[in-house]
Design a protein around this ligand. Structure first.
Ligand SMILES: [Zn+2]
Ligand SMILES: [Zn+2]
Ligand SMILES: [Zn+2]
Length: 306
Protein backbone atom coordinates (compact mmCIF):
# COMPACT_ATOMS: atom_id res chain seq x y z
CA UNK A 1 0.00 0.00 0.00
CA UNK A 2 1.43 3.40 -0.86
CA UNK A 3 2.05 5.58 2.17
CA UNK A 4 0.27 8.87 1.79
CA UNK A 5 1.80 12.08 3.09
CA UNK A 6 0.46 15.61 2.99
CA UNK A 7 0.18 15.85 -0.74
CA UNK A 8 2.80 13.33 -1.74
CA UNK A 9 2.68 9.54 -1.89
CA UNK A 10 5.41 6.97 -2.18
CA UNK A 11 5.38 4.64 -5.17
CA UNK A 12 7.76 1.98 -6.36
CA UNK A 13 9.57 2.90 -9.57
CA UNK A 14 9.22 -0.35 -11.54
CA UNK A 15 12.14 0.46 -13.85
CA UNK A 16 14.73 1.08 -11.11
CA UNK A 17 13.18 -0.69 -8.10
CA UNK A 18 13.68 2.56 -6.13
CA UNK A 19 11.04 4.41 -4.17
CA UNK A 20 9.62 7.53 -5.77
CA UNK A 21 7.89 10.39 -4.04
CA UNK A 22 4.92 11.40 -6.17
CA UNK A 23 2.50 14.29 -6.21
CA UNK A 24 -0.43 13.26 -8.39
CA UNK A 25 -1.38 16.79 -9.42
CA UNK A 26 0.87 19.74 -8.70
CA UNK A 27 -1.86 22.05 -9.99
CA UNK A 28 -4.32 20.88 -7.34
CA UNK A 29 -7.04 20.42 -9.96
CA UNK A 30 -6.51 23.82 -11.61
CA UNK A 31 -5.38 22.37 -14.94
CA UNK A 32 -7.62 20.26 -17.24
CA UNK A 33 -5.27 17.32 -16.78
CA UNK A 34 -3.07 16.43 -13.81
CA UNK A 35 0.51 17.69 -13.61
CA UNK A 36 2.38 14.87 -11.93
CA UNK A 37 5.60 15.51 -9.99
CA UNK A 38 8.04 12.80 -8.94
CA UNK A 39 11.46 12.59 -7.36
CA UNK A 40 13.72 10.19 -5.47
CA UNK A 41 14.09 11.06 -1.81
CA UNK A 42 15.82 8.25 0.08
CA UNK A 43 16.33 10.39 3.22
CA UNK A 44 12.74 11.53 3.43
CA UNK A 45 11.39 8.03 2.94
CA UNK A 46 13.78 6.41 5.45
CA UNK A 47 13.22 8.99 8.15
CA UNK A 48 9.51 8.43 7.68
CA UNK A 49 9.04 12.17 7.35
CA UNK A 50 6.46 13.53 4.95
CA UNK A 51 8.63 14.10 1.93
CA UNK A 52 7.89 17.65 0.89
CA UNK A 53 8.88 18.82 -2.58
CA UNK A 54 12.56 19.83 -2.77
CA UNK A 55 11.68 23.11 -4.46
CA UNK A 56 10.47 26.35 -2.97
CA UNK A 57 6.71 26.45 -2.46
CA UNK A 58 4.81 28.48 -5.03
CA UNK A 59 1.19 29.14 -5.81
CA UNK A 60 -0.04 27.31 -8.89
CA UNK A 61 -1.75 29.54 -11.47
CA UNK A 62 -2.81 28.63 -15.00
CA UNK A 63 -2.78 32.14 -16.49
CA UNK A 64 -0.55 35.15 -15.86
CA UNK A 65 -1.28 37.36 -12.89
CA UNK A 66 -1.73 40.78 -14.42
CA UNK A 67 -2.78 44.14 -13.03
CA UNK A 68 -6.63 44.09 -12.88
CA UNK A 69 -6.99 47.19 -15.07
CA UNK A 70 -5.21 45.31 -17.88
CA UNK A 71 -7.44 42.23 -17.62
CA UNK A 72 -10.04 43.33 -20.14
CA UNK A 73 -10.60 42.54 -23.80
CA UNK A 74 -8.79 45.19 -25.79
CA UNK A 75 -10.74 44.91 -29.02
CA UNK A 76 -14.38 44.37 -29.95
CA UNK A 77 -14.28 40.75 -31.05
CA UNK A 78 -16.38 39.07 -33.73
CA UNK A 79 -20.04 38.18 -34.21
CA UNK A 80 -19.50 34.66 -35.62
CA UNK A 81 -21.79 31.79 -34.64
CA UNK A 82 -19.39 29.01 -35.70
CA UNK A 83 -15.69 28.27 -35.51
CA UNK A 84 -14.09 31.41 -36.92
CA UNK A 85 -11.50 29.50 -38.92
CA UNK A 86 -14.23 27.75 -40.96
CA UNK A 87 -14.85 31.11 -42.66
CA UNK A 88 -12.01 33.39 -41.66
CA UNK A 89 -12.86 36.01 -44.29
CA UNK A 90 -16.20 36.64 -42.53
CA UNK A 91 -14.70 36.98 -39.05
CA UNK A 92 -13.73 40.35 -37.61
CA UNK A 93 -11.01 38.72 -35.48
CA UNK A 94 -9.27 36.78 -38.21
CA UNK A 95 -9.51 39.60 -40.75
CA UNK A 96 -8.11 42.16 -38.31
CA UNK A 97 -5.34 39.81 -37.25
CA UNK A 98 -4.29 37.03 -39.62
CA UNK A 99 -5.22 33.63 -38.18
CA UNK A 100 -2.35 31.85 -36.44
CA UNK A 101 -4.10 28.47 -36.28
CA UNK A 102 -5.35 25.83 -38.69
CA UNK A 103 -8.99 24.71 -38.60
CA UNK A 104 -7.88 21.96 -36.23
CA UNK A 105 -6.36 24.48 -33.83
CA UNK A 106 -2.72 23.71 -34.64
CA UNK A 107 -0.19 26.47 -35.07
CA UNK A 108 0.44 27.38 -38.72
CA UNK A 109 3.98 26.95 -40.01
CA UNK A 110 4.34 30.65 -40.69
CA UNK A 111 2.92 31.96 -37.44
CA UNK A 112 1.60 35.50 -37.40
CA UNK A 113 1.27 37.09 -33.96
CA UNK A 114 -1.42 35.19 -32.07
CA UNK A 115 -4.67 37.03 -31.34
CA UNK A 116 -7.35 34.67 -30.07
CA UNK A 117 -11.08 35.21 -29.93
CA UNK A 118 -11.94 36.76 -26.59
CA UNK A 119 -14.85 37.22 -24.21
CA UNK A 120 -16.37 39.86 -26.53
CA UNK A 121 -16.68 37.31 -29.37
CA UNK A 122 -19.94 35.43 -29.98
CA UNK A 123 -18.28 32.33 -31.46
CA UNK A 124 -18.51 29.07 -29.44
CA UNK A 125 -15.88 27.96 -26.94
CA UNK A 126 -14.94 25.27 -29.47
CA UNK A 127 -13.84 27.92 -32.04
CA UNK A 128 -10.44 26.94 -33.47
CA UNK A 129 -9.22 30.46 -32.79
CA UNK A 130 -9.35 29.67 -29.07
CA UNK A 131 -6.39 27.50 -28.11
CA UNK A 132 -4.07 28.99 -25.48
CA UNK A 133 -7.08 30.16 -23.45
CA UNK A 134 -8.18 26.53 -22.93
CA UNK A 135 -4.91 25.65 -21.19
CA UNK A 136 -3.07 22.39 -20.79
CA UNK A 137 -4.46 19.36 -22.66
CA UNK A 138 -1.63 16.84 -22.45
CA UNK A 139 -0.71 15.21 -19.13
CA UNK A 140 2.82 16.13 -18.06
CA UNK A 141 5.26 14.98 -15.41
CA UNK A 142 7.71 17.19 -13.51
CA UNK A 143 10.78 15.18 -12.57
CA UNK A 144 14.22 15.66 -11.07
CA UNK A 145 17.17 14.94 -13.31
CA UNK A 146 19.69 12.47 -11.90
CA UNK A 147 22.47 14.86 -12.90
CA UNK A 148 22.85 18.39 -11.57
CA UNK A 149 20.56 19.78 -14.26
CA UNK A 150 17.78 20.38 -11.78
CA UNK A 151 14.17 19.84 -12.76
CA UNK A 152 12.60 18.91 -16.05
CA UNK A 153 9.19 18.15 -17.54
CA UNK A 154 8.33 15.14 -19.67
CA UNK A 155 5.30 14.35 -21.79
CA UNK A 156 3.13 11.44 -20.69
CA UNK A 157 1.36 11.13 -24.06
CA UNK A 158 2.05 11.85 -27.73
CA UNK A 159 1.87 15.58 -28.51
CA UNK A 160 1.76 16.43 -32.20
CA UNK A 161 3.75 19.16 -33.94
CA UNK A 162 1.89 22.47 -33.86
CA UNK A 163 -0.07 21.62 -30.72
CA UNK A 164 -0.20 24.06 -27.85
CA UNK A 165 1.31 22.72 -24.63
CA UNK A 166 1.28 25.37 -21.93
CA UNK A 167 1.64 29.00 -21.15
CA UNK A 168 4.72 30.18 -19.25
CA UNK A 169 2.64 31.69 -16.48
CA UNK A 170 3.77 33.97 -13.70
CA UNK A 171 3.43 37.35 -12.11
CA UNK A 172 3.63 40.17 -14.68
CA UNK A 173 5.86 42.85 -13.18
CA UNK A 174 7.44 46.11 -14.29
CA UNK A 175 11.01 46.29 -15.53
CA UNK A 176 12.30 48.12 -12.45
CA UNK A 177 10.79 45.47 -10.19
CA UNK A 178 12.19 42.70 -12.40
CA UNK A 179 15.67 44.21 -12.09
CA UNK A 180 15.29 44.55 -8.32
CA UNK A 181 14.15 40.94 -7.91
CA UNK A 182 16.87 39.62 -10.15
CA UNK A 183 19.65 41.40 -8.26
CA UNK A 184 18.22 40.25 -4.94
CA UNK A 185 17.97 36.64 -6.10
CA UNK A 186 21.52 36.64 -7.40
CA UNK A 187 22.72 37.90 -4.03
CA UNK A 188 20.87 35.30 -2.01
CA UNK A 189 21.79 32.55 -4.47
CA UNK A 190 18.24 31.26 -4.76
CA UNK A 191 16.71 30.30 -8.02
CA UNK A 192 15.09 32.87 -10.23
CA UNK A 193 13.94 32.89 -13.77
CA UNK A 194 12.25 35.99 -15.04
CA UNK A 195 11.04 35.68 -18.59
CA UNK A 196 11.35 38.84 -20.62
CA UNK A 197 9.17 39.06 -23.72
CA UNK A 198 10.27 41.75 -26.14
CA UNK A 199 8.09 43.14 -28.88
CA UNK A 200 9.28 45.69 -31.38
CA UNK A 201 6.83 48.42 -32.27
CA UNK A 202 6.65 50.13 -35.67
CA UNK A 203 8.14 53.20 -33.98
CA UNK A 204 11.25 51.20 -33.16
CA UNK A 205 10.26 51.14 -29.53
CA UNK A 206 10.82 47.94 -27.54
CA UNK A 207 7.90 46.77 -25.40
CA UNK A 208 8.87 44.50 -22.56
CA UNK A 209 6.73 42.12 -20.56
CA UNK A 210 8.41 40.53 -17.54
CA UNK A 211 6.95 37.31 -16.22
CA UNK A 212 8.22 36.08 -12.85
CA UNK A 213 7.14 32.49 -12.04
CA UNK A 214 8.87 32.28 -8.67
CA UNK A 215 5.93 32.92 -6.30
CA UNK A 216 3.10 32.31 -8.76
CA UNK A 217 3.74 29.95 -11.62
CA UNK A 218 2.76 26.82 -13.49
CA UNK A 219 4.36 23.67 -14.92
CA UNK A 220 6.40 25.71 -17.42
CA UNK A 221 8.72 27.00 -14.66
CA UNK A 222 10.20 23.47 -14.55
CA UNK A 223 10.85 23.11 -18.30
CA UNK A 224 14.59 22.93 -19.09
CA UNK A 225 16.50 24.94 -21.63
CA UNK A 226 17.88 23.25 -24.72
CA UNK A 227 19.88 24.69 -27.60
CA UNK A 228 17.94 22.21 -29.76
CA UNK A 229 14.46 22.46 -28.24
CA UNK A 230 11.21 20.68 -29.09
CA UNK A 231 9.01 23.60 -27.99
CA UNK A 232 8.86 27.10 -29.42
CA UNK A 233 7.59 30.17 -27.58
CA UNK A 234 5.08 32.54 -29.14
CA UNK A 235 3.46 35.69 -27.90
CA UNK A 236 -0.32 35.34 -27.65
CA UNK A 237 -3.01 37.92 -26.83
CA UNK A 238 -6.42 36.87 -25.61
CA UNK A 239 -8.41 38.92 -23.14
CA UNK A 240 -5.72 41.44 -22.36
CA UNK A 241 -3.26 43.69 -24.11
CA UNK A 242 -0.66 42.08 -21.79
CA UNK A 243 0.79 39.21 -23.82
CA UNK A 244 1.07 35.60 -22.75
CA UNK A 245 4.08 33.42 -23.51
CA UNK A 246 2.70 30.28 -25.15
CA UNK A 247 4.73 27.13 -25.77
CA UNK A 248 3.93 25.08 -28.90
CA UNK A 249 5.39 21.78 -30.11
CA UNK A 250 7.97 22.10 -32.91
CA UNK A 251 8.09 18.38 -33.76
CA UNK A 252 6.05 15.36 -32.64
CA UNK A 253 6.78 14.43 -29.04
CA UNK A 254 6.62 10.85 -27.79
CA UNK A 255 5.50 9.72 -24.32
CA UNK A 256 8.42 9.97 -21.89
CA UNK A 257 10.24 12.59 -23.97
CA UNK A 258 11.51 15.65 -22.11
CA UNK A 259 10.08 19.03 -23.13
CA UNK A 260 12.55 21.87 -23.70
CA UNK A 261 12.57 25.38 -25.06
CA UNK A 262 15.32 27.84 -25.90
CA UNK A 263 15.58 30.36 -23.06
CA UNK A 264 17.25 32.73 -25.49
CA UNK A 265 14.74 32.29 -28.31
CA UNK A 266 11.94 34.65 -29.26
CA UNK A 267 11.78 35.57 -25.61
CA UNK A 268 14.68 35.66 -23.25
CA UNK A 269 14.99 34.29 -19.81
CA UNK A 270 17.49 35.29 -17.19
CA UNK A 271 18.61 32.50 -15.06
CA UNK A 272 20.47 32.47 -11.78
CA UNK A 273 20.53 29.37 -9.69
CA UNK A 274 22.97 27.69 -7.38
CA UNK A 275 22.72 24.86 -4.90
CA UNK A 276 21.11 21.76 -6.33
CA UNK A 277 20.34 23.32 -9.66
CA UNK A 278 22.54 24.13 -12.62
CA UNK A 279 26.17 25.08 -12.24
CA UNK A 280 26.99 28.73 -11.98
CA UNK A 281 30.19 29.25 -13.88
CA UNK A 282 32.87 31.69 -12.84
CA UNK A 283 32.90 33.08 -16.37
CA UNK A 284 30.75 36.24 -16.08
CA UNK A 285 28.50 34.34 -13.67
CA UNK A 286 27.10 32.54 -16.68
CA UNK A 287 25.68 29.10 -16.28
CA UNK A 288 27.01 26.11 -18.14
CA UNK A 289 24.46 24.53 -20.46
CA UNK A 290 23.98 20.80 -19.97
CA UNK A 291 21.46 20.24 -22.77
CA UNK A 292 23.81 17.84 -24.55
CA UNK A 293 22.63 18.72 -28.07
CA UNK A 294 25.15 18.74 -30.91
CA UNK A 295 24.67 22.48 -31.50
CA UNK A 296 24.92 23.39 -27.80
CA UNK A 297 26.11 26.98 -27.30
CA UNK A 298 27.89 26.06 -24.06
CA UNK A 299 26.15 28.46 -21.71
CA UNK A 300 22.57 29.26 -20.86
CA UNK A 301 21.38 32.42 -22.57
CA UNK A 302 22.05 35.46 -20.46
CA UNK A 303 20.49 38.84 -20.91
CA UNK A 304 22.69 41.56 -19.44
CA UNK A 305 19.89 44.08 -20.04
CA UNK A 306 17.80 42.67 -17.24
ZN1 LIG B 1 -13.81 32.70 -32.72
ZN1 LIG C 1 -15.09 35.15 -35.48
ZN1 LIG D 1 -13.56 36.32 -32.47
Amino acid sequence: MPKSCDHSQIELDASTGMSLVVIQDLSGGKENVPVRAEWHDADGIQSNASPSPPFRAFQYITRNLIPPQAAEPFYDGCTCQHSCLDMPSACACTTTHAPAYTQMGFLKLETPPIYECNSNCTCPRTCSNRVVQHGLKAPLCVFKHDSNKGWGVRALSVILAGAFVTEYAGEVIGTKEAERRWIEMKKTGSSNYILCLREYGPDGQVYRTNIDPLRFGNVARFISHSCSPNLGMHIARIDSIVPSAALFVLRDIQPGEELTFDYGGSASLNWAESGDGVIENAHDGRIECLCGSSNCRGYLPYDPAL
